[in-house]
Design a protein around this ligand. Structure first.
Ligand code: ATP
Ligand code: MG
Length: 276
């Protein structure tokens, strides 16, 4: 069943991204709630490329760990919109700010879902490239889903270095800054694993791991720390399993990082089995 945009009532703004606005909307006939991402026709080319990329990826993905897409709209005016499932608990970033840091048990539950999402994406030759707390959506059942595919890449023909980047650099792996220094043959999928490691660490310690709490990012210093410094480490009191898991993600050399499916079998997740 396709839902026409005229059947939707805008209830409130959920968030603004670069170039687009996400609304909470209600389908008049069924009263069902959705999220609608709208990009105006007069937005610049970069924004349009991103929303087209996102539409393409959401249309071809079908996983309980990826935000679901129920329709896409392109108007003659150039306005573009994506109808998505509504995630009623916000993002892991807003949750971190409102309720504080996550325990290892909670993180194991979150990690397993993100890894299942990443395994799905990587098996479908999709690299997310912008994994971070604000791009992970959550609902009241504590289901975590990967969202925001604006800068993702579909590895169709050959393995070319993932260049041209627009977005946040903070969660980018060392090899993304300088592919040549890594032999130019790095595996782009493992960049998502680095970002996962930083994301989980942030949810555990409460701040971006390469900065001290409250420190403002200075991009040049941050980039130097990521490329030339040691990866951040966890504080005292962290279990050996979680420490090891983070180390498997935050290997500076991408070839030493574990893949998403390998990580699903890591002792950290085995020490926190699922209840279902
Ligand atoms: P950013 O540049 O900050 O990553 P963006 O342009 O990539 O933003 P999105 O991340 O897709 O845009 O959405 C912006 C915000 O809207 C999100 O941070 C989130 O708070 C909210 N949002 C997006 N999609 C949904 C959804 N399906 N359900 C609930 N809230 C959502
Ligand atoms: Mg986002």
């Amino acid at each position: 069943v396709t839902i026409s945009q005229t059947e939707l009532d805008k209830l409130q703004v959920l968030g603004h991204g670069n170039g687009g606005t996400v609304y909470k909307v209600q389908h008049k006939r069924t009263s069902k709630i959705y999220a609608l991402k709208v990009v105006n026709g007069d937005s610049d080319l970069t924004v349009h490329r991103q929303v087209s990329r996102e539409m393409e990826i959401l249309r071809r993905t079908d996983s309980p760990h990826i935000v679901r897409c129920y329709g896409t709209y392109v108007k003659p005016s150039g306005d573009v919109a994506i109808l998505m499932e509504y995630m009623d608990a916000g993002t892991l970033d807003t949750l971190l700010r409102s309720r504080g840091t996550f325990s290892e048990t909670e993180l194991a539950h979150i990690t397993r879902q993100i890894l299942k999402g990443l395994t799905y994406l990587h098996a479908h030759k999709i690299i997310h490239r912008d994994l971070k707390p604000s791009n992970l959506l959550v609902n009241k059942n504590m289901e975590v889903k990967i969202a925001d595919f604006g800068v993702s890449k579909i590895m169709s023909r050959r393995l070319d270095p993932c260049n041209s980047y627009v977005g946040t650099c903070a969660y980018m792996s060392p090899e993304r800054f300088d592919p040549d220094a890594h032999g130019g043959n790095y595996d782009g999928y493992l960049g998502d694993i680095w970002s996962l490691g930083l994301t989980l660490m942030e949810l555990y310690v409460g701040h971006f791991p390469f900065l001290s709490p409250g420190q403002r990012p200075d991009w040049a210093t941050l980039m130097c720390a990521i490329c030339f410094g040691d990866p951040p480490t966890l504080p005292q009191g962290t279990s050996d399993e979680f420490r090891s898991f983070i180390e498997c993600c935050l290997q500076k050399e991408s070839s030493k990082r574990w893949t998403a499916s390998q990580l699903l079998d890591h002792p950290f997740l085995r020490s926190h089995p699922t209840s279902d």
